[in-house]
Design a protein around this ligand. Structure first.
Ligand SMILES: C[S@@+](CC[C@H](N)C(=O)[O-])C[C@H]1O[C@@H](n2cnc3c(N)ncnc32)[C@H](O)[C@@H]1O
Length: 276
């Protein structure tokens, strides 16, 4: 019988599900059993393994970090696009004055610090780089930290090369100004690449930052976490922001029923309360 015809049993699913939750915060409900099986089958074939149990042992027992990295690359969802949920960028454009007023350290330092947490293949941080280049006063600098748990995804983000399909997601002005054409593809130019630092980072880990972030984008990431992990993460974000800092979350996410020190500005946009 072909391996991919043997369904993963409940016990095996439970073991992988716990492993994923404990290490990545990602919560898989029972409905995802088949989906996970498809992803595991691919990895089993890659390593010529015979069973899910054998793979579980290899993944958890060995010192080989490469197996773990490939597992994380496979189980995470990386869908993204340029100018996704564009009202967030429009909000920044139209509210820049309010953002500076509520968070005076931006003008004090003449610098805005932004974090794209769960940046996937880079469309989000590059969009942030473009809009800040366009809309900030010319002498103000922007520093963007872009992090993700998936190393394959992060390498793509860092490469900054995208297919011609990105034309449909952005105004031709941005494409011409910030991308170089290479054959059928487009590569982000140093003009925006140099504003971004890419780092592998698991949001479940303690935050190691020395400085705080004026703006955090964590969009379409918490949707994969359960309420407990979401709550912890929101508190961690709160701790690394100054009063007046803004948190943007995905359109299908909400801080409803969470304890947090953010003021609700509009759906999916929150500001840290208090005075600096
Ligand atoms: C659907 S993408 C969202 C990309 C982008 N923020 C957007 O909205 O277009 C979700 C990303 O979150 C990352 N992710 C999931 N769990 C994570 C964790 N524990 N720590 C860091 N990143 C995580 C995934 O690897 C994936 O790239």
């Amino acid at each position: 019988m072909l391996l991919n015809m043997i369904p993963i049993n409940n016990n095996q699913f439970e073991k992988f599900r716990t492993l994923i939750y404990d290490n990545c915060g990602i919560h898989l409900n029972q409905v995802k059993q088949e989906l996970l099986q498809g992803k595991l089958d691919k990895l089993l074939r890659k390593y010529s393994l015979e069973s899910y149990d054998e793979y579980y042992i290899m993944l958890t027992a060995g010192p080989n970090k490469q197996y773990w990295r490939e597992f994380v690359d496979e189980i995470t969802v990386h869908q993204s696009s340029f100018f996704r949920e564009n009202n967030h960028f429009e909000f920044i454009r139209s509210q820049l004055r309010m953002i500076f007023e509520k968070n005076p350290r931006i003008t004090r330092n003449n610098e805005i610090r932004v974090w794209s947490a769960g940046c996937s293949t880079g469309e989000e941080p590059y969009t942030l780089a473009m809009v800040f280049k366009e809309w900030l006063p010319p002498d103000m600098s922007v520093k963007i930290l872009a992090t993700d748990i998936s190393s394959r995804t992060l390498a793509l983000a860092q490469g900054g090369i995208y297919s011609g399909n990105i034309k449909k997601d952005m105004d031709p002005y941005y494409l011409m100004r910030y991308f170089a054409r290479i054959g059928e593809n487009y590569e982000a130019t140093a003009y925006i690449k140099d504003l971004i630092i890419f780092r592998l980072f698991n949001l479940m880990d303690p935050f190691p930052f020395q400085d705080t972030f004026d703006i955090i984008f964590c969009r379409n990431v918490m949707i994969y976490f359960d309420s407990k992990v979401q709550q912890e993460l929101v508190q961690k974000f709160h701790a690394v922001m100054p009063a007046g800092g803004l948190l943007f979350i995905g359109h299908s996410e909400s801080l409803l029923n969470k304890t947090h020190g953010f003021e609700y500005i509009q759906p999916t946009i929150y500001m840290k309360q208090g005075k600096q």
